[in-house]
Design a protein around this ligand. Sequence first.
Ligand SMILES: *Cc1c(COP(=O)(O)O)cnc(C)c1O
Length: 382
Amino acid sequence: MKKNYLLTPGPTPLPPEVCEALAKPIIHHRTPGFQAILKEAVEGLQYVYQTKSDVFIFSSSGTGAMEAAVCNLLSCGDTAITVESGKFGERWTELCQAYGIKAEVIKVPWGKAVTATQIKSHILNHKSHIKAVFVTLCETSTGVTTDIKSIAQVLQGTDTVLVVDAISGLGVIDLKTDEWGVDVVVSGSQKGLMLPPGLGFISVSQKAWKLVNESKSPRYYFDLRAAKKAWEQTDTPFTTSVSLVVALSAALKMLKTEGLENVFRRCKKLADSVRASAKALGLTLLADESCASDAITAINVPSGIDGEKLVKTMRDTYGITIAGGQAELKGKCFRIASMGYLNEFDIILALSCLEKVLHQMGYKFQLGQGIKAAQEVFLKQY
Ligand SMILES: *Cc1c(COP(=O)(O)O)cnc(C)c1O
């Protein structure tokens, strides 16, 4: 008998409440019944986003919302800063290039975070006007969290907008959109929000709306002006993913009931336990300690061990799916999620499987040491 467990950085496991919502009979999207659910969902998103600004839902994966940010804010020939410290930061550069926007790239070694000082000096040293800065809250490929608060401070009082990819960070790591002054935050359904893939979200500040109205970029499906116009009638421009929105509303209720602060604390505890366990096994972490993410932990594959085989054996033999390394990190690290519908014992399960497979592959360590370290973290008060 094989049971399957998901500890990947998206999709993440679905709570029974969400599965139940997904199983409901479909309803029409332009009805008062659906409008009430849509309104609940948007209000729930504003809670998780910590914003009073508009939040829009797209029927797309998270990257659709990223594209919406680029094409609604900027025009061909504009200049923006992007930060490449992993696979997802690179996506901002690629999206800018697709729309003829000049991307001023700040390259950061994978495993480290960009600093507010780096952004500031880049803006000061650059001749042309920087219209937007694109950063990533949690760089899922490396397990690094960016200090968004400090970066937002640098842009405070300027007319440069700050755009944050919080696809894996939203509802996992604290992001005070309004209080910190973040203009645009994009996210997706299949990570911290405990839903299947298929929805993209975007918040738009007053400052960002000015750019939206000025942008000359071609846009149709992702046109925020159309989304806003429809939302004035509690509607969406096109047929939205009705069932996913119904489930979104259910998932957001769960997050609200737990309380955002408690959700952040839980994810931090899980991530701390993974980190402690890795160290106890003599393994090293990819991310610098100072910027290690509470959403996902990337662990370096020890020498002499085939990293791809490790992930594959955990999945195919034991039913525990974790993630391998992406792009240049392929085979060099493996990643264990601490986002979404996960608790302490899900982590224990993954760690015990990791110990078993590492042992079978000939890695030398004392069996049970990783689990012990994780248990010790769980016994602490958070
Ligand atoms: C998952 C992820 C994406 C991509 O989202 P899709 O839903 O696959 O389009 C982008 N950025 C980050 C940080 C992510 O974790």
